[in-house]
Design a protein around this ligand. Structure first.
Ligand SMILES: Nc1ncnc2c1ncn2[C@@H]1O[C@H](COP(=O)(O)OP(=O)(O)OP(=O)(O)O)[C@@H](O)[C@H]1O
Length: 271
């Protein structure tokens, strides 16, 4: 049994909007092991992003708890880092200066931080690009910088919110393979939100399927496929079985979410 890195108990979140409460998440009891790769899938609006924001303490739960290594998470800290879609870089800073932002904010020794950043830039495949600016990089390269930045910040948990959504299909596949390599080499714990089921299956040890709002855990699927994984794995029958199974699990949820959205749009149109 692997040690628990992150745990949630009875985790719930409601937002106030126009005087009404919107319940985004309800009663999540989850244990994430140290070094585990876990993906979260579910219909649009089921609370995936809210879940990640609760995990790193950006927002406070309405009910329940989040613990990291057994201690309550109450505010963002250096040991949990977000990796967003590609536009998270400062355009006026070169790659190296974008990568060292974490230690800079923590007022760490900057010579050491630059050395750490260089080694992580090397790890993500960007050796020689330290002095380049974001506008000189492709979408995939920007995402590599985002990953190097999270690693340089010293995080041992990475929260990735649809990080590859803005990339073209081929670059996205390459980045999936790269991420499995980086994860293997660093041993980080990763929570990864995606709409693409094959991406979740390819990357993960476990896929969590959320219900429509309020998001609850509908099903968790352990992905028992061998590692290290190559992209050719996507053509294996067992891979397709996992994708089919997860799609069936969320299909009902997606249909329900579309119905709710349509109802809400019609209600606004009738006002
Ligand atoms: N700050 C907020 N104020 C009010 N409502 C919010 C707020 N943040 C999220 N919500 C609502 O909570 C629900 C869950 O949102 P969230 O962004 O977590 O979903 P998601 O699963 O990440 O969606 P998507 O897949 O479309 O990115 C949605 O109905 C959303 O409108």
């Amino acid at each position: 049994m692997m040690a628990t890195k992150l745990a949630t108990r009875g985790l719930g979140k409601s937002f106030q909007k126009d005087g009404k409460a919107i319940e985004a998440l309800r009663g999540l009891d989850l244990d994430i092991a140290r070094g585990e790769f876990v993906s979260i899938v579910g219909a649009s609006g089921c609370g995936k992003t809210t879940f990640l924001r609760l995990i790193n303490g950006l927002i406070k739960p309405t009910s329940g708890t989040v613990t990291l290594d057994g201690a309550d998470v109450s505010a963002p800290g250096a040991n949990i880092a977000f990796v967003f879609q590609q536009d998270g870089l400062f355009p006026w800073r070169n790659v190296l200066d974008n990568t060292v932002i974490g230690p800079e904010l923590q007022r760490k020794d900057m010579n050491e931080a630059r050395r750490t950043a260089s080694s992580f830039l090397n790890l993500v495949g960007l050796r020689g690009f330290e002095k380049h600016f974001p506008h000189e990089l492709s979408g995939g390269m920007k995402q590599r910088v985002n990953m190097a930045r999270a690693l340089t910040a010293g995080a041992d948990v990475l929260l990735m919110d649809e990080p590859f959504a803005a990339l073209d299909a081929q670059t996205r596949e390459i980045m999936q393979a790269e991420l499995t390599r980086i994860w293997r080499e660093t041993g980080k714990t990763i929570l990864f939100v995606t709409h693409q089921i094959d991406e979740a299956v390819f990357l993960s040890d476990r896929v969590l399927v959320f219900t429509v709002r309020p998001g609850r855990l509908k099903e968790e699927v352990t992905i028992d496929l061998p590692r290290p994984r190559e992209l050719t794995l996507k053509r294996a029958p067992q891979f397709a079985n996992y994708v089919d199974h997860i799609w069936q699990s969320i299909e009902q949820e997606v249909r329900e979410s579309i119905r709710l959205e349509t109802e809400a749009t019609l209600a606004i149109a009738k006002r």
